[in-house]
Ligand binder design. Sequence first.
Ligand SMILES: [Zn+2]
Length: 385
Amino acid sequence: MAIPSFLTIYNELISTPTISSVSNEKLDQPNRPVIDKLATWFNDLGFTISIEAVPNTRNKFNLLATYSNNDNHSQGGLLLSGHTDTVPFDEGLWHKDPFKLTEEDNKLYGLGSADMKGFFAFILEALRDMDLKKLTKPIYVLATADEETTMAGAAYFAKHTALQPDCTIIGEPTSLIPIRAHKGFISNSIKVVGKSGHSSDPDKGINAIEIMHLVVGQLLKLKQQFKDKYHNDGFTVPYPTLNLGIIHGGDAANRICGCCELVIDIRVLPENDIDTIFNLVCDTLKPVMDQYPNRISVEHAVIPIPGYECKKDNPQLQNIEKLLCKTAETANYSTEAPFLNKIAPTIVLGPGSIEQAHQPDEFISMDFLKPGKMTIEQLIKDFCL
Ligand SMILES: [Zn+2]
């Protein structure tokens, strides 16, 4: 059955809100309406649809659409992957309706137009006129849940799938430049509990800010150790970074501070194990913890996401670089690649610019329309014909 036009599909995706938010439950929306629309269109093109609930989410779903002319569905071929959710939007800063595709000045505006619901419209557009009967290897399209928050959709899929594609493409907006690696991140919250009292006699209390001062001293040593110990030439900042991001403590100048919290952000290299780095944070703070027993706690502020790297000499990567006549780069943002890379070599590559992701008046330049479709066609022909 014929599917709607490219712009109709694009508009339907944008006008079906799928915001995900962990911190604000009221903002969090179901993604099933978009999943169902995708299911209809891919089904109309002859794909087999599988929709699965993702555990530990607020009723979110992954979709896998499969087209295969062989019985052996799980061998080779290409997996095209995208996330169905968007970040929340700041109403006061948008000049356009975030939930309507607006065409203006050679741009398509809308929440998710670049990051990255539109990617599915590009895939459908590339498949529309293709003679799928000729394909010798399967095409898979994966639509994931909650990428913008916990990455639970991709993590769950990667853990449970039996698929073995030759390559995975995540269509995040990379301006159609292949991305082969990015850093991961860890955010830790460090809480210090002191003992409050009147400022006139500091010895009668335990000042949490003074303890935090020692904590910060230790963390700055760790920051330097990261720089000295780890190195990856693929990144412009070639070592793990440690940033002191938020600090809150105390409630009055004339009170001994009873409680202080620090939140740090660590950007790890692909080769850094998340648990090892977390243990280094704890080990660094051990001398202060020993000095002040049961007063310091460290925990993850958000679920840590590992880094990822597809090595420069990976044959699938080299194949794509040759096909597109482009050299792969590394990025400084996070994607679902650390999870999907466990199934097959994964490249992040899609139309639209990351500059517009998570921004008010998000848009995709219409200059990406033709090359975006062509790139997906090229990839499908190369991997599946
Ligand atoms: Zn994205």
